[in-house]
Ligand binder design. Structure first.
Ligand code: V0V
Length: 142
């Protein structure tokens, strides 16, 4: 079902501060960043310098609004690991396979994720307490 560990997401209160911390402490660089109004996030994808292998990235997620899922997460838990994202080739097929196993998907249809990927989430209560994202990358990458 899963072809790669796409990214691990960390909830942060301030995106620019978190980018600077990851850069100055661990030497990670920003591969991509954007605002996603539907998901209520400002986000950045980080990778090791010069990595072009498609290795697992770190996604920093900062809230755009007080009523966003990331704002709620930060209020409840503080900053920290928020999600684990699995890459799939066909998000609808993955959704169907997981629904058939009795897992709850958060959305009936895939929504738009980073860099025009198509995404959905498995409810954390059905995945060992981990918010699992399914990511089908955009066909030609970004
Ligand atoms: C909540 N819970 C979690 C969790 N969030 N457990 C593990 N990891 C998380 N991130 C637990 C929480 O401790 C509660 O357990 C229970 O689930 C209900 O939590 P809640 O605080 O009442 O929160 P809800 O139910 O209002 O919201 C939780 C869900 C929400 C997962 C439904 O966060 C959501 O819709 N997430 C998907 C969208 C998202 O995360 N977007 C931001 C990233 P107890 O206390 O009852 O035991 S956007 C993104 O990733 C993009 C754009 C991308 O990758 O491309």
């Amino acid at each position: 079902l899963v072809t790669a560990i796409d990214h691990v997401g960390i909830a942060v209160p301030d995106l620019d501060e978190a980018i600077a911390f990851q850069r100055d402490t661990f030497g990670l660089e920003v591969a991509h960043s954007e605002e996603n109004a539907e998901q209520g996030v400002r986000e950045a994808m980080l990778r090791a310098p010069g990595d072009t292998t498609g290795a697992t990235q770190i996604q920093l997620l900062a809230p755009l609004r007080e009523d966003s899922t990331i704002a709620k997460f930060l209020d409840k838990n503080g900053p920290g690991l928020q999600q684990l994202a699995y890459r799939v080739t066909d998000v609808e097929a993955a959704m169907e396979a997981l629904r058939a196993k009795g897992l709850r998907l958060l959305y009936d249809e895939p929504r738009r994720g980073t860099a025009d990927s198509r995404i959905n989430f498995v409810h954390p209560k059905d995945a060992g307490g981990v918010l699992v994202e399914l990511v089908e990358p955009a066909p030609h990458g970004h």
